[in-house]
Design a protein around this ligand. Structure first.
Ligand SMILES: [Zn+2]
Length: 106
């Protein structure tokens, strides 16, 4: 499966130019409990729909950036460097990871 991604620095390229870094998740702010650390390291939402993801332009500028992509269609809604991406991600994804698992799955 192939699709196009727009690097914020280089422009539109084939997805094979990039490395996938996984979905954006909420990083613990303080010293995490064992449960919070496990949640951060191992639990993913794996949505069928729009999610924010980390991508790395390995065959270009070698920058990490954020893309919002529909996992069902591979339609990319936008890409941005981390400092330029707004914090209102789809359905509060970053903060929801910890809340969804709530430690019940451990
Ligand atoms: Zn690039």
């Amino acid at each position: 499966m192939s699709f196009l991604l727009e690097c914020p620095n280089c422009g539109v390229r084939e997805v094979t130019d990039f490395g996938f870094g996984g979905e954006v998740s909420g990083r613990p702010q303080q010293r995490p409990t064992f449960r919070e650390l496990n949640t951060y390291n191992y639990f993913r939402r794996n949505v069928a729909g729009v999610q924010r993801e980390w991508w790395f332009h390995r065959s270009g500028c070698r920058a990490w950036f954020i893309a919002e992509r529909d996992t069902r269609t591979n339609e990319v809604k936008f890409t941005a460097l981390p400092g330029d991406a707004s914090n209102d991600d789809p359905a509060g994804q970053a903060s929801r990871v910890a809340a969804d698992t709530g430690g019940d799955l451990l």
